[in-house]
Design a protein around this ligand. Sequence first.
Ligand SMILES: Cc1cc2nc3c(=O)[nH]c(=O)nc-3n(C[C@H](O)[C@H](O)[C@H](O)COP(=O)(O)OP(=O)(O)OC[C@H]3O[C@@H](n4cnc5c(N)ncnc54)[C@H](O)[C@@H]3O)c2cc1C
Length: 440
Amino acid sequence: MTINEKTFWLETVEIPTPAARDFPQQVDVAVIGAGFTGLSAARSLARGGASVAVFDAQTIGWGASSRNGGMVLTGLKLPASTLIARYGKEATARMYAASLESIDFVEKLVREENIACDFARCGHLEVACKAKHFDDFRRSAEATARDFGHRQRLIPPDRLQSEIGSAIYHGGLVDDSSAGVNPARLVAGLASAAERAGATIFEHSHVDEVQREGARGWKIATQRGTLRAQNVVVATSGYTSRVTPALHMKIIPIGSYIIVTEVLPEKLAAELSPRNRMIFDSKNYLYYYRLTPDRRMLFGGRAAFFPETSSTIRRSAEILRSGMLTVYPQLRDAKIEYVWGGTLDFAFDIMPHAGQLDGLHFSLGYAGHGVAMSTYLGDKIAHSILQARNGDGGRVKNSRPDENPFAQIPFPSAPLNLYNGRPWFLPFAGAWYKLLDWLT
Ligand SMILES: Cc1cc2nc3c(=O)[nH]c(=O)nc-3n(C[C@H](O)[C@H](O)[C@H](O)COP(=O)(O)OP(=O)(O)OC[C@H]3O[C@@H](n4cnc5c(N)ncnc54)[C@H](O)[C@@H]3O)c2cc1C
C-alpha cells in the first residue's frame, strides 16, 4: 500500500496564517493552544472586550482539532447509568443537557461566523457488537428519555440494513441530534473568527514556562518572548505537558488513528451508510467511521494506545484496514489513501473538566468526545473570566459561568498518585480493555 501519512481533512482547507503582530508585553488573557478550546475561548474573550493572545507550539489546529473524525456527538463518553451512579440524576441531567447544548452552540457559531465546514445534523448510529449490548441500548434509550427528556431510536437487527451495509452487528441506536463536520475547516474558521473579534494568534510559539506573579497575574515565557497576563487559559488537551505540571499529572494522552479510502462510487457509499450517519460500535476498544463529504470511508480506532509516531501510524493503517474489512467486506478493493494519528486526553474519571486549578483556567479531558464540548467549554471558560473581570458581568451578554456543570465535579488524580505524566500503564490498559470486550 502507498498511503499518505497525513491528515485528509487538511487537504480540504487552507489553514489561515495569522496576521503578523508585534509580540505583546501584556495582555488580559494568554491562551495556550490554538485548537477548538483555545480559539473558542479567545473568540468569546475578545468579543467580551478582553485583550487576548493565543500561543501554539505548532500551527492553528495542529492538534486533535484537525485530526479527528468530525463526529459532533450527543452525550458523554461514559454511559448515562455510570454517570447517574456517580453524580446523581440532577447533576447528570445538567451534564447531558450541556452535551446537547454544545452541538447547538457549534451550529450557531458556524452560522454566525459563516464557516463553510459541512456541518450537518445527520445523526449518529451506535451499533451493537453483541446481542447483550443491544439490550443495554434499550435500557439506555429508556433512561435517556425518562431522565433527560431526550429521544433516541432503537433499530432492531432485522431493520439494521436501512442504516448500515454491514451484517456483523446485533442492532443499533440512532440519535438524530448528532452532527457531522469537517473539523479542519471548522478550526480554520474559528481561528479567523477569533482574529476578527480582536484576538491575536502566535504560531510556532511554544509556551515554556508559566509563573505566578502575585496578584498581578502571570509571567509567561514563550519561544518568541516573555509577556505578562492577568489570566491564563490552558487549552492543550492531549498535548498537555510539564509546562502546567498539575494538569499534566491529571491527563493521560492516548493515541487514536484514522484511515481514509479513495473516493467511493456513489452506489457503494449509499450501500455502506444509507443515511450518512456518524457510526461507532459498542466496544471499549471501539471503531468509529463515517463517509466524508466527498464520499470516502473514514475509519478510525484505538489501533495503538500510545500517541502517534511514524511507527504507530504505519502499524495502525494495517490494523484499521483489517478492522474495516471485517465491518465492510465490500471495501476489499478500495485503496487506502490517508492514515494519521492524534492524541486524546483522558482524565482518570473519563470526564471533561473545565474550571480553575492553582489559579490557571483550563478545559480538557474530552476523551474522544470533544469536537462540540471543547468549543462549548472554551466559551464557558471565557465567560467565567469575563464575569470575574467585570464584576457583575457588566458588558458581557449571555454570561452564565454557573451553568458549566463540569466545574462542579471533582477532578481526580491517579490512584495512589502512581502517575508522573508518563503513561507507563497504557499497554496494560489496552490489554485490559481488550479482555473486557471479550468478556462483556
Ligand atoms: C484521531 C482522533 C479522532 C477524534 N475523533 C473525534 C470525533 O469524531 N468526535 C469528537 O467529538 N472528538 C473526537 N476527537 C477528540 C477531539 O478532536 C478533541 O477533543 C478536540 O479537538 C480537543 O481540542 P483542543 O482544542 O482542546 O485540543 P487540541 O486540538 O489537541 O489542541 C491543543 C493544542 O495545544 C498546543 N500546545 C500544547 N502544549 C503547548 C505549549 N506548551 N505551548 C503552546 N502550545 C501548546 C498543541 O500544539 C495543540 O495545537 C478525536 C481525537 C483524535 C486524536
